[in-house]
Write a protein that binds this ligand. Structure first.
Ligand code: HEC
Length: 244
């Protein structure tokens, strides 16, 4: 037990993801969060409030904490990012209960505060970029990473409509998405990828707001232990000097 704990601590200090490996077969694109990039995190929370908050809450996160951590002045947070009656000291809860979500969408939109820890950032980054047009589902959309997801393709007007093209229809790994020229979006692919990067970066921050702080402290702890080791060695040498 202790050994697992120490390994987990080391992985955390070294910034190696401890998310569970996913059982998805679809290959995931790599996404490395950059929590020092405040501009990206600020864009991320903006996109989140604009495009996701209607369905997904972040119930364990307060608006005020986000504003403080991301360097957003309180008045800007209130006027630009809080769209309902919530106060800045409230938790980011959109009022939708799981039962309401299930009734409206067939599957309740889960809370996203901790989703980056559960799914991992690679999964989120790939999932949000692999929605495509599928006329047979209720929302006329589907997803390569999460087949038959209950979430509609809310990005279609932004990235344009995507069509799934497979070399071998039985093997999801041979599939890729091609834009449908009849339904273009308003963003170029690079811009859209950046948008999703910012969103996932924000979700990574939200899953562990004190990660940055912990990494900083972790470095000091390691330095302190090294120093202690040197002192202990010197002390030992001093004690044993006369005995040898
Ligand atoms: C119209 C409602 C709606 C909107 C808007 C929406 N989602 Fe969803 N989302 C859902 C539903 C419903 C599910 C549940 C899918 C399922 O379980 O089949 C879901 C599932 C997810 C999941 C999978 C979670 C998991 O672990 O299973 C993620 C991640 C997610 N949404 C992220 C987002 C993000 C980020 C945005 C904003 C860019 C967003 N969603 C906007 C309805 C929505």
């Amino acid at each position: 037990m202790m050994r697992i704990f120490i390994i987990a601590c080391l992985l955390n200090i070294l910034n190696i993801s401890t998310a569970w490996p996913s059982d998805d077969l679809y290959p995931l694109d790599k996404m490395t969060p950059d929590l020092l990039n405040k501009a990206s995190l600020q864009r991320g929370v903006k996109y989140f409030m604009q495009y996701c908050f209607g369905c997904h809450s972040m119930r364990f996160q307060r608006y005020q904490r986000v504003a403080k951590d991301l360097g957003i002045p309180d008045d800007l947070m209130i006027s630009h990012l809080i769209f309902n009656e919530d106060k800045i000291s409230d938790f980011m809860f959109n009022g939708m209960t799981p039962a309401m979500g299930k009734e409206w969408f067939g599957a309740a939109p889960p809370d996203l505060t901790l989703v980056a820890r559960v799914r991992g950032t690679d999964w989120l980054y790939t999932y949000l970029r692999t929605f495509y047009y599928d006329p047979v589902t209720p929302w006329k959309s589907n997803n390569l990473v999460f087949p038959n997801a209950g979430m509609p393709d809310i990005f279609e007007p932004i990235k344009g409509r995507m069509i799934k093209v497979c070399q071998d229809p039985a093997d999801q790994n041979t599939c890729s998405l091609q834009p449908d020229p009849k339904y273009p979006g308003i963003m170029l692919p690079d811009m859209f990828d950046q948008m999703i990067y910012d969103l996932v970066n924000f979700m990574a921050y939200s899953a562990e707001p004190i990660k940055l702080e912990r990494q900083r402290i972790g470095v000091y702890v390691i330095l302190f232990l090294c120093l202690l080791l040197i002192l202990a060695c010197l002390l030992k040498r001093e004690y044993w000097k006369d005995i040898h």
